[in-house]
Design a protein around this ligand. Structure first.
Ligand code: SF4
Length: 292
């Protein structure tokens, strides 16, 4: 009897609402003004960037390099405070496409930083975490792992603040967030307010990845290799399914051997367009027929 590959695609695969909004708006703005700059990669996905660049978007890394009076997109992650200040000086028209959920975290930080030491649980070099920290002032810290908790001691002491406000990068690992919060509570005998600001789109996708990876022989995670939320999905999946592969598009499947009678789970990151998922499904289906 010929057995066929079973492919299960995660229901929450693909663009989150924040990324969808950013890409839709970017398309509108480019159509209207033609030459529009974008500070940093609009989303961590090469095919999306190439598409928008072919329509007139110019990706640039520093606000200093944007001409006076130009139009500049702020991507979904948000930006550091200095960028907003410099844009004002250069009379740059900022098109702020920061995701609404990140804007809410930013305002909470601004509200709390007067009398709280702010801890952002997130990736130290991630633009979202860096952007949030820039609005938190000097008495703030990005905690990525356990070692950072000890580093905090001196700076908290110096601040003389007696209250901590802990929030998270929206794409951080939910379990790791709780673990680090518990460690901070054990270490510091201060008033601690915790706001778990991990986006639902992220936590639900992580949960679905966890569940799916327990049921299949192979897991294919599709997304940009620089995307934090995609890498997190890979980590979660690997805990349950050793045959987990993070790929940017179907072409990378050529180097991966997948048995034709296996069960394959597919999950895509928040900045992965549907057509990349469709291409992977098509490739797997075609390959499966060819091998049987
Ligand atoms: S993951 Fe959530 S917070 Fe991040 S861009 Fe998407 S909707 Fe916004």
């Amino acid at each position: 009897m010929v057995k066929f590959m079973q492919i299960i695609v995660g229901k929450l695969s693909g663009f989150c609402n924040g990324v969808k909004y950013t890409i839709e708006k970017a398309n509108e703005v480019i159509k209207k003004y033609h030459n529009v700059y974008c500070l940093g990669e609009i989303v961590h996905n090469e095919s999306v960037i190439k598409d928008l660049e072919s329509k007139g978007m110019i990706t640039i890394n520093q606000i200093d390099k944007c001409p006076q009076n130009s139009k500049v997109i702020i991507r979904a992650h948000g930006e550091i405070k200095e960028t907003y200040d410099k844009a004002k000086e250069k009379n740059i028209d900022l098109i702020d496409l920061t995701c609404g959920k990140i804007k809410v975290i930013k305002s909470k930080i601004i509200q709390k930083n007067k009398d709280h030491f702010i801890i952002i649980i997130g990736k130290k070099n991630h633009p979202e975490a860096l952007g949030l920290k820039s609005f938190a002032g000097n008495y703030s810290y990005i905690v990525e792992d356990e070692d950072d908790i000890k580093q905090l001691k001196n700076i908290i002491k110096e601040s003389k603040l007696k209250k901590l406000f802990i929030i998270s990068q929206t794409t951080f690992n939910s379990i790791k967030f709780e673990y680090l919060v518990n460690k901070i509570s054990d270490e510091y005998n201060l008033f601690i307010e915790v706001d778990k600001t991990i986006c639902n789109a992220t936590s639900s996708r992580q949960k679905e990845t966890e569940d799916l990876s327990k049921k299949v022989d192979y897991m294919i995670i599709i997304g940009g290799k620089k995307s934090s939320n995609t890498k997190e999905l890979e980590t979660i999946s690997k805990e349950n399914c050793k045959n987990t592969y993070l790929i940017q598009d179907y072409k990378e499947l050529k180097d991966i051997e997948i048995k034709s009678d296996s069960k394959v789970g597919i999950m895509a990151g928040a900045s992965t367009p549907d057509n990349l998922v469709d291409e992977v499904i098509l490739y797997l289906k075609r390959g499966s027929h060819e091998r049987t």
